[in-house]
Design a protein around this ligand. Sequence first.
Ligand code: SF4
Length: 120
Amino acid sequence: MVVVETDGGIEQSDMLKSAYDGASVTGLHVLRHSFDDVLRLPSTAARQMGERALSAECHACQVRRVCGGGLYAHRYRAGRGFANPSVYGPDLFRLITHIRSAVAADIEHRREALLQGGRR
Ligand code: SF4
């Protein structure tokens, strides 16, 4: 996803603006560049690497497949770039594990109810 600003500038996702000043800037313009040019930027490729772009902490995390490292913009740290866990990592971990536990308990409750119903 890219954004074409009103002056014709091509920028990366607006969400990156919350990471640091200029994070979404590509230096490209619709009158001089193609959208394929945007795809060739390292910063664009980095956003499209999926799981391979995650930090070591996220790779070792038990909720990685659900969390995905959180929103890309929330991973930025000055001096370290985007290869970090989300700034909301502890909250994401707690939320995901809470939902997992609640769903698992509900499924078990329903399974037991079905088994008891089947015995009648
Ligand atoms: S909970 Fe934290 S460490 Fe785990 S995948 Fe999400 S951001 Fe990474």
